[in-house]
Design a protein around this ligand. Structure first.
Ligand code: EPU
Length: 422
């Protein structure tokens, strides 16, 4: 891409990565076939497919359609090779416990954006009555039958709320999760579990109540659109002074993000299931603080900093969710950004131009930040570490090309995997 090419046109948003991952783990709860639609074809979904298969689930995939039949689970042990790739795979523990009475799951890996412990998960499962042992890098849990309980989360963790909801669905009695996460992906999981026969109240608020039922059935369910993919295209439009409409979205899911993009100067027109993002002038500096939903999402912090690095003025961005989510700043600096990091705060003095450079994506959203920065940069950028980007963005290269970007994969030219914006 020659720096500054305006993106123009419309792009269809894929299904939500974080919604689909939690729901796929939840599908282990049903004896019977679950059909999921609008499932994105991305690395993390393939990892979850392999994880569920390793436990005995039968899975078929066809386009954005996925069927999971977990009637005959054959193993209570999730393989290290798969769980180390992705944090969300730890969430098979609760469903395995509920179905088989025991589970052994290695400590998870995933994007390196902070300590990301699993203590809330483990404490929650223990509060539901499971015996827990941690040994050789694995968490082993056992319980003939989980019992409903009151669980208070020290932080409204999205993954823990989702995980404990699935664990509690087949427990004896009522579970109440206080200080629960209110992310749309939590509500998506609750809607899916409710369709399966679960009794859940309050999803999307800070108190979620789950009354245990005896069994859950397989259902046909459509995953919500990926609000982070939609937001990334919004920032890509803004940083290139472009005009992009994202389609097949739920605009309310982007409510915490849209006002900040508007503060940065973007024009945003919301319709029923589309959002048009335009930028007519240079971005304006604005301060951002990431927070659990409905605050500004941490997943959009990195691409937003890329946009603000070209803004008129100085912005202060505070990361309140993950302490190491600023690792990409050194890569943006390579491209000419003027950013100073002090602990969890980044101070961004807008520059008038970024320049292309060889850079490396260190995690998924860091990759997104580098891609949007490269879209606006003068000259060629080569981004290594694309496996991180492929974990979470479906057909990113094709979608950006359809909007006019000059981006291609270097895989065919060289053996490494890199994205080139030249
Ligand atoms: N935390 C703990 N202990 C725990 C669990 C979480 O201390 O047992 C802390 C984390 O270290 C973090 C905070 O709680 O500081 C929030 O973490 P949360 O549990 O909410 O994150 P997660 O469930 O692991 C999901 C998404 C992330 C997204 C966050 C926040 C999935 C698969 N991942 O992670 O998505 O950033 O919620 O919204 O759902 C991404 O898509 O790029 C991504 C990282």
């Amino acid at each position: 891409m020659t720096g500054g090419t305006r993106l123009e046109g419309s792009v269809r948003i894929s299904g939500s990565k974080n919604g689909a991952l939690a729901i796929m783990a939840g599908a282990l709860l049903a004896k019977g076939k679950t059909v999921l639609r609008n499932v994105p074809k991305i690395g993390d979904i393939f990892t979850m497919v392999e994880t569920l298969r390793s436990l005995g689930a039968q899975i078929e995939m066809n386009g954005d359609w996925l069927s999971i039949d977990a009637t005959n689970l054959t193993s209570h042990e999730a393989p290290y090779e798969l769980v180390k790739r992705m944090r969300a795979s730890f969430c098979v523990m609760g469903p395995l416990l509920a179905r088989l009475g025991r589970a052994r799951v290695p400590m998870p890996g995933g994007c390196d954006i902070g300590a990301r412990p699993i203590d809330f998960h483990v404490k929650g499962i223990q509060t539901l009555g499971a015996y827990i042992e941690t040994e050789h890098g694995c968490v082993y849990a056992e319980s003939l039958k989980l019992r409903g309980a009151q669980i208070y989360l020290d932080f409204p963790s999205a993954g823990t709320t989702q995980h404990l909801m699935t664990a509690a669905c087949l427990a004896d009695g009522v579970t109440v999760i206080q200080n629960a996460a209110a992310e749309p992906e939590v509500t998506d999981l609750a809607d899916y579990l409710t369709a399966m026969g679960a009794k859940i109240e309050g999803a999307g608020t800070t108190t979620v109540k789950i009354a245990g039922v005896d069994e859950l059935r397989g259902v046909d369910y459509t995953i919500i659109p990926d609000r982070m993919e939609a937001g990334t295209f919004g920032i890509a439009a803004a940083i290139t002074g472009g005009d992009v409409t994202v389609t097949h979205v739920v605009p309310e899911h982007l409510e915490p993000f849209i006002p900040k993009l508007q503060d940065a100067g973007a024009r945003v027109d919301v319709r029923e299931n589309t959002i048009r993002f335009r930028m007519l002038e240079r971005p304006i500096a604005t301060d951002v603080m990431t927070m659990p939903h409905p605050g500004f999402p941490t997943d959009m912090q990195q691409p937003m900093v890329a946009l603000l690095s070209l803004a008129d003025g100085t912005s202060v961005v505070t990361e309140n969710v993950y302490e190491r989510r600023f690792k990409y700043i050194s890569e943006l600096q390579r491209m000419g950004a003027d950013i100073k990091q002090e602990g969890r705060t980044a101070i961004i003095k807008g520059v008038s131009q970024l320049t292309g450079a060889p850079v490396t994506a260190t995690d998924l959203r860091a990759g997104a930040a580098l891609v949007v920065a490269a879209l606006a940069a003068e000259g060629k950028t080569e981004i290594a570490g694309t496996e991180h980007i492929d974990r979470g963005y479906e057909n990113l290269v094709e979608k950006l090309c359809s909007l006019g970007a000059d981006i291609y994969r270097a895989d065919s030219e060289r053996r490494g995997t890199a994205l080139c914006l030249a």
